[in-house]
Design a binder for this molecule. Structure first.
Ligand SMILES: Nc1ncnc2c1ncn2[C@@H]1O[C@H](COP(=O)(O)OP(=O)(O)OP(=O)(O)O)[C@@H](O)[C@H]1O
Ligand SMILES: [Mg+2]
Length: 187
């Protein structure tokens, strides 16, 4: 691993496997720590209130500053930060992995979590429209997209962490069309 500290941001819509993957990479790399935004926001109370939908309204500037502090203080060579919100924040010098999931798989996962049909559909549509990839493009220089089930994912992460360029983008619009035409999505 190069001696300079490396920061990997993992974003993606809810249920794409960010937390699972961040912990897996941290374990595999060894000299790494995983930072989970959901836990951090609660622990440091980086929110101003709760939305009508019951979600925390995160103060993104405070979150970004807190992340920069964590990165600066980390004694590990690699800091992996994961969370949906990261696609709307600029974390300086970070490499970005947008985790994607096939729409029917994502819909099933979110239903199993007990999400309402409306919430499942909203997230499936966000995923189809590549919300996180598009928004990441506004905040980060290079964005790499991968399915969490891609067998080359860990190898690609290793290459990213060694400073190699890794490219990849995923078009899920055909899957959205199939889901809608089969009546598998409530709009
Ligand atoms: N590579 C994988 N293959 C199959 N299932 C997976 C994979 N990664 C995660 N999962 C499953 O997907 C579900 C969601 O994973 P996880 O909680 O890591 O997602 P997340 O993106 O962190 O979600 P959230 O944004 O809500 O925190 C879990 O049930 C997990 O077991
Ligand atoms: Mg998570």
């Amino acid at each position: 691993m190069p001696s300079a500290k490396r920061v990997l941001v993992i974003t993606g819509v809810p249920g794409t496997g960010k937390t699972t993957l961040a912990d897996r990479i941290a374990k595999r790399v060894g000299d790494a720590e995983a930072v989970h935004i959901t836990e951090l926001v609660k622990a440091k109370r980086l929110f101003s209130g709760v939305s009508k939908q019951g979600e925390l309204i995160v103060e993104t500037d405070r979150l970004r500053r807190e992340l920069e502090r964590i990165i600066a203080r980390s004694v590990q060579s690699v800091v992996i930060i994961e969370g949906h919100l990261l696609c709307d924040i600029s974390v300086r010098g970070a490499m970005v992995l947008v985790l994607r999931e096939h729409l029917p798989v994502l819909a099933e996962r979110l239903k199993r979590r007990g999400y309402s049909l409306e919430k499942v559909s909203k997230n499936v549509i966000d995923e189809a429209l590549d919300y996180c990839g598009m928004h990441s493009g506004n905040h980060y220089a290079s964005v790499f997209e991968s399915f969490c089930s891609d067998r080359r994912l860990m190898e690609n992460v290793r290459r990213l962490l060694h400073g190699q360029k890794v490219c990849g983008s995923i078009d899920l619009m055909p899957e959205l069309y199939t889901m809608i035409s089969k009546g598998g999505l409530s709009l």
